[in-house]
Design a binder for this molecule. Structure first.
Ligand code: 5RP
Length: 230
């Protein structure tokens, strides 16, 4: 993102929305916590009110470690019926609250925790707001033995799927699976797209969050935090 001289940096915008998200945290209750650099600023802010919450349900090993290091209790998703709110970032968000997520490879647990929550509050800097999803390569978590076939299915749609690597080896998610990053998509009907790709054999989770869309987005802009309600 290009920033004018004197304008807040992307990191400052992330910190701004991380702090602003505290207003959505129900006191005395559990909070769902996402993953990523924007959420890290939220976790740091959450630590300042940790005595006022019951704890957190986390969407990744990385967020769990950060929460626990700051003294916030982390609960197993299986022990929780519902959460008032889930706070997470996004790689892209559109004007309906539909998102692409998974840049941090945590999309499967993110979707699970989001599904437990009454409300998804997305925190993002202004560069994440788009008119059509798909410029950011779409992360898809896959069972390793299915990755080549799934890549061919995306090729048939005119897109290009590439296995995500880490240190020259396929990245292994918290769930022991692989990630395909798919470029060349213009996702004009996110609900239909998510439903379609989710049915392909070997797809664990597609990084389109349409069924688990955001109801609120706190967008960090040079003019301050803008609240979008969907
Ligand atoms: C992780 C995610 C993140 O929310 C997304 O990648 C945004 O991350 P960041 O806040 O670092 O830009 O989906 O799987």
């Amino acid at each position: 993102m290009n920033t004018a001289p004197g304008a807040p940096s992307q990191d400052q915008l992330k910190a701004l929305v991380g702090q602003a998200a505290l207003q959505y945290v129900e006191r005395g209750a559990l909070v769902g916590v996402g993953t990523g650099s924007t959420v890290n600023t939220f976790i740091d802010a959450l630590a300042t009110i940790k005595d006022q919450i019951a704890g957190a349900v986390s969407s990744s090993v990385a967020s769990t470690e950060r929460l626990r290091a700051l003294g916030i209790a982390v609960f197993d998703a299986n022990d929780v019926d519902r959460l008032p709110v889930y706070i997470d970032g996004a790689d892209e968000i559109d004007s309906h609250g539909y998102m692409i997520k998974g840049g941090g490879a945590a999309l499967t647990r993110e979707k699970i925790v989001a599904a437990l929550a009454d409300r998804f509050v997305c925190i993002a800097d202004a560069s994440k707001l788009v008119s059509v999803l798909g410029n950011f390569p779409l992360p898809v978590e896959v069972i390793p033995m299915a990755s080549a076939r799934i890549a061919r299915q995306f090729a048939a749609l005119g897109a290009r799927a590439v296995l995500r690597l880490k240190n020259g080896q396929p990245l292994v998610t918290d769930n022991g699976q692989h990630i395909l990053d798919v470029s060349g998509l213009h996702i004009r009907d996110p609900l239909a797209f998510e439903a379609q790709v989710s049915q392909w054999p070997g797809v664990v989770t597609v990084g389109v969050f349409a069924f688990q869309r955001a109801q609120v987005c706190l967008l960090g802009t040079p003019q301050g935090v803008k609240t979008l309600n969907f």
